[in-house]
Ligand binder design. Structure first.
Ligand code: ANZ
Ligand code: ZN
Length: 822
């Protein structure tokens, strides 16, 4: 062991050791309990950032801890390797996306290795590998077969900058999640996955996910957006057909004074045809296409179609409007407007001079349409509602729908906000969708035996719109698997969220090449016990992965309902008050950090500087502090070694006994902090306090002569090193060797606290004032002098004796007496 801590040297030695010994490679072993810890795999952008370091250090601490707890730990890593940036890089610098991706993976793998993360690298997967995505193509075909994948023309989110379609989840505030460009609506033939078929199960199962943060579950529930209501038919006057609306307030039907339909509604144009209103209606229909959704849903713009329909319960004729805030995508694209009880309808009615009819009266006040300045949306008693008058609005909902249903004019309906998942991307760098279009047979799935449909490498990424695949004739031109005639391959590729929806399952047997999974391995490892990643995936990735799990279950591959038992979302890494990002220029490069201080310091800082769920504020001093601590610990071990390591005689009294107690208390504290809350910061703080306590007693004259004390010091040091192993594995292992052990800490049993040592001894402390005994107080045995004085001064009796007079001097006889001189 060297006198000075040299992180580079130490870390290089342990990295070599782990690689040579394949320490983290795992296999199924029925005799051992399993623990699957997974961090969200990275997009291979080229370099890891501090966010990765934090995420992966948290995961690694859990993995290493669980290993020491005796679990057979699966801790894999791979690459979410398809996606737009590779293509953009190709456009900017002419490097082929495959080359760019491979180079980035090589660089990032190197960086992750350097940080000492305990991955089973033999399980590494890359989603752009045909050996991976061929299974996704198989899943797609089976989904197609079951109607879970389908093609339709749809209004899609189109990012003009990226020249591609985006999923709803990839749009926020009408902007592209990647380039932040404005997103517009466009009609295209698209592939969809029928996630809506699982809406109810996805919603219900959120109530079973007790290991997930509540805020994530709430976000998922809101995204699924279940509304319970009814579908009601309003016959159109002078025509044989009708308008069907979706409403959550059938109780207000007697207050419907007009209808609002979406500009995209199939009847919108038709209802106005040949009428004076035709041109106006056409204008609003055409106008809406050029506008963003956010913009549309703000206003109350609309025009009368000239047509009327009948209220199915009253027979009253009510006018039909085309209104831009009604969305074709939701419900039926038609609304019965009740201005008295819906704020938007209220604003619309006021603007267009339409009648307002109150049909629900709240308790205590009487609503008058003329006096209202906004709608009353709450519950109450029905008024002016024929036979339903006097009913409570909740009950009226049920009764009115029953009545309508009997007459064939309506029925209960549940509506979800969740839309089917549009997975088509007009992009090159993605998994090809395995279908062809034949002139004679139409759409033909690629036979399963012909998989994979390999993404061709000979393409030009010019960036000038459209998909580069469409120009790759050797790929596009093919023969029909059904009739042998000429056919054209699908050139859309899949959304990369498809790959990340099932990768966790593939890690269980990543080399399987004649089937996607090995059922034995799946049964052994799944579900993921602890999943760790950023909150930005609360809806996107996590909902898709849950959906895929259910689909793969129903297709017979998986035998579980939910993929992730526990989810942990770590906070961001911020600097100078803002998230670290290139655009803000506040990025700290992990590579440089590791170069200067070593991986252990980088890891320790990531864990110590904040509770993992909170944002972590970058601090140079914080990093310095971590480095100093490791140097100090090193010196302590070195000195003990030089002094000859004492054997562990069991101390029975005094400072030695106290140190043993502290050691056990630290074990207890660290174990619960990790186990219960993943609070590595407080766990590390506890170890630091133990190190201080060791330093307090080392070098005391008693240490050399008292074998009990020397033994306690050694025990405390060994415990320190063991407890630090999940966080700073290189230096911990090195110090362990320094302390004379032959084994490594990687699978060393985690210590257990001796319960008897956790019981705190108490003593009666005599308090004197000017030499006279004034009080006896109960204190913790072995308390420091400061703690004793503090306890004395905090005592009410003592305070009343002092009567506000200042204490000139304190004399402490530890464990016995405190004398205050006033
Ligand atoms: C009549 C009514 C009366 C309504 C009332 C509300 C209050 P959630 O809860 O979000 O599901 N609606 C239905 N389809 C729509 C569409 N495509 N675009 C815009 N609005 C639509 O909202 C359901 C309510 O939103 C429905 O209930 C309908 O207005 C409106 F006092 O029907 B309601
Ligand atoms: Zn054919």
């Amino acid at each position: 062991m060297r006198e000075r801590y040299n992180p580079k040297e130490v870390e290089a030695r342990w990295l070599d050791h782990w690689e040579a010994a394949a320490t983290f490679r795992v296999q199924e072993d029925a005799a051992r309990p399993t623990y699957y810890v997974l961090e969200m795999f990275p997009y291979p952008s080229g370099r890891i950032h501090m966010g990765h370091v934090r995420n992966y250090t948290i995961g690694d601490a859990v993995a290493r801890y669980k290993r020491m707890r005796g679990f057979n730990v699966l801790h894999p890593m791979g690459w979410d390797a398809f996606g737009l940036p590779a293509e953009n890089a190709a456009i900017d610098s002419g490097v082929h996306p495959a080359r760019w991706t491979a180079d980035n993976i090589a660089a990032m793998r190197q960086q992750l290795r350097r940080l000492g993360f305990s991955y089973d690298w033999s399980r590494e997967i890359s989603t752009c590998d045909p050996a991976y995505y061929r299974w996704e193509q198989l899943f797609f075909l089976r989904m197609l077969d079951r109607g879970l994948a389908y093609r339709r023309k749809g209004s899609v989110n189109w990012c003009a900058t990226c020249q591609t379609v985006l999923a709803n989840e990839q749009v926020s505030d009408q902007r592209c999640w990647r380039c932040e460009g404005i997103v517009i609506e466009r009609d295209l033939e698209q592939w969809f996955l029928r996630i809506t078929a699982y809406a109810e199960e996805l919603l219900q199962d959120t109530h079973r996910l007790s290991g997930w943060p509540e805020k994530v579950l709430v976000m998922q529930r809101n995204w699924i957006g279940k509304s319970v209501g009814a579908e009601i038919r309003f016959p159109l006057v002078g025509r044989g057909d009708e308008l069907v609306v979706f409403t959550t307030r059938p109780d207000t039907i007697f207050g419907a004074t007009f209808m609002s339909i979406a500009p995209e509604h199939p009847l919108a144009r038709e209802l106005a045809r040949g009428r004076a209103q035709e041109a106006l209606v056409a204008a609003i229909i055409d106008g809406v296409r050029a506008r963003t959704l956010a913009d549309r849903t703000k206003g109350t713009e609309g025009v009368f179609t000239g047509a009327h329909c009948r209220n199915p319960l009253t027979g009253t004729e009510i006018p039909v409007y085309v209104a831009d805030f009604v969305l074709m995508e939701y419900g039926t694209g038609a609304v019965m407007a009740v201005p008295a009880h819906d704020a938007r309808d209220f604003a619309f009615a006021r603007q267009h001079g339409l009648p307002i009819r109150v049909v629900v009266q709240p308790a205590g006040i009487t609503l008058e349409p003329g006096a209202m300045d906004t709608a009353y949306e709450g519950p109450g008693r029905l008024v002016d509602s024929d036979a339903f008058t006097g009913l409570d609005s909740e009950e009226a909902k049920v009764r009115i729908v029953e009545t309508l249903e009997v007459r064939g004019l309506g029925r209960p309906r549940i509506q979800y906000r969740l839309r089917d998942w549009g997975i088509s991307r007009q992009r090159y760098w993605g998994a090809p969708i395995p279908v062809v279009y034949c002139q004679a047979c139409g759409l033909v799935p690629v036979p399963e035996t012909d998989l994979p449909v390999v993404l061709p490498t000979e393409v030009v990424c010019s960036g000038t719109g459209g998909s580069p695949l469409a120009a790759a004739t050797a790929f596009v031109e093919t023969t029909c698997p059904r009739c042998g005639g000429r056919a054209r391959r699908e050139t859309d590729t899949m959304d990369t969220f498809v790959e990340s929806s099932w990768y966790f399952a593939r890690y269980t047997a990543p080399a399987e090449d004649d089937r996607p999974f090995d059922p034995t391995a799946l049964a052994y490892w799944l579900p993921v016990d602890q999943y760790i990643g950023g909150i930005e995936h609360a809806v996107l990735h996590l909902l898709y992965a849950r959906f895929f799990t259910k689909v793969l279950r129903d297709l017979g591959w998986l035998a579980l309902d939910e993929p992730f038992e526990r989810l942990f979302t770590q906070g961001m890494v911020i600097k100078d008050g803002a998230k670290m990002s290139k655009s803000k220029g506040n990025v700290v490069d992990p590579g440089q950090l590791v170069e200067q201080y070593g991986a252990d310091t980088a890891r320790l800082f990531s864990l110590f500087a904040a509770p993992p769920e909170r944002d972590l504020e970058w601090s140079d001093q914080g990093v310095e502090g971590m480095s100093r601590f490791l140097h100090r610990l090193w010196r302590l071990v070195y000195e003990q070694r030089a002094a000859g390591l004492a054997a562990g005689a069991v101390p029975t009294a005094g400072a030695a006994r106290e140190l043993v107690r502290r050691t056990h208390r630290t074990i207890d504290r660290v174990s619960t902090d990790i186990e219960k809350r993943m609070h590595f910061n407080t766990a590390i703080a506890a170890v630091m306090e133990l190190v201080n306590a060791i330093q307090d007693v080392t070098g005391l004259p008693a240490e050399g002569s008292d074998p009990g004390l020397a033994g306690a010091v050694r025990g405390a040091l060994e415990t320190t090193v063991i407890l630090l192993a999940p966080f700073v594995p290189h230096v911990a292992n090195e110090l362990w060797r320094g302390l004379g052990h032959e084994n490594t800490l990687d699978h060393h049993p985690w210590p257990t606290a001796d319960p008897s040592a956790l019981v705190v001894d108490r003593i009666e402390l005599v308090v004197q004032v000017n030499g006279r005994v004034r009080a006896k107080i109960d204190v913790e045995a072995g308390s420091s002098e400061e703690a004793l004085v503090e306890a004395v001064l905090g005592n009410d009796r003592v305070q009343s004796v002092l009567g506000g007079r200042p204490v000139k001097r304190t004399i402490v006889v530890p464990g016995r007496v405190v004398n205050l001189v006033i």
